[in-house]
Ligand binder design. Structure first.
Ligand SMILES: [Zn+2]
Length: 121
């Protein structure tokens, strides 16, 4: 059996051009290699996929679609409530809409930043 450090060293030797640096690389949920750069993870859109350079597994953000479409639905609801009002409520004032859009966008960005990677099935 290899220790964790030996396994990581073996992984890094196999990965051409991708040198795992402690804290900079993320572990692939499929092959467990430190093969995913934080930059690649950071720029991954919830609807996009990412391929592990080590095992070629197709990865995506866990619950990324839910977060994306929930945020989109919230923005659509805000837009509708600013134009016609929802459920008999009066139209939402523009200043309140702006505040809520900022809240939804901030919530979306925080959530997407915290999502873990999963193997696409
Ligand atoms: Zn992998």
């Amino acid at each position: 059996m290899l220790t964790r450090k030996q396994a990581e060293a073996a992984d890094s030797a196999l990965l051409v051009g991708a040198k795992p640096v402690a804290g900079r690389m993320l572990r692939c949920p499929s092959c467990d290699a430190l093969s995913i750069s934080r930059q690649a993870r950071h720029s991954l859109h919830p609807l996009w996929n990412l391929q592990c350079p080590a095992c070629r597994a197709v990865l995506r953000l866990r619950r990324g679609r839910v977060v994306f479409f929930a945020s989109l639905a919230a923005l659509v609801l805000l837009t509708v409530s600013s134009l016609v009002g929802i459920g008999g409520l009066p139209k939402m004032p523009p200043a309140l809409i702006v505040v809520w859009v900022f809240i939804v966008v901030a919530w979306y960005r925080i959530l997407v930043g915290r999502l873990s990677l999963e193997t696409k099935r």
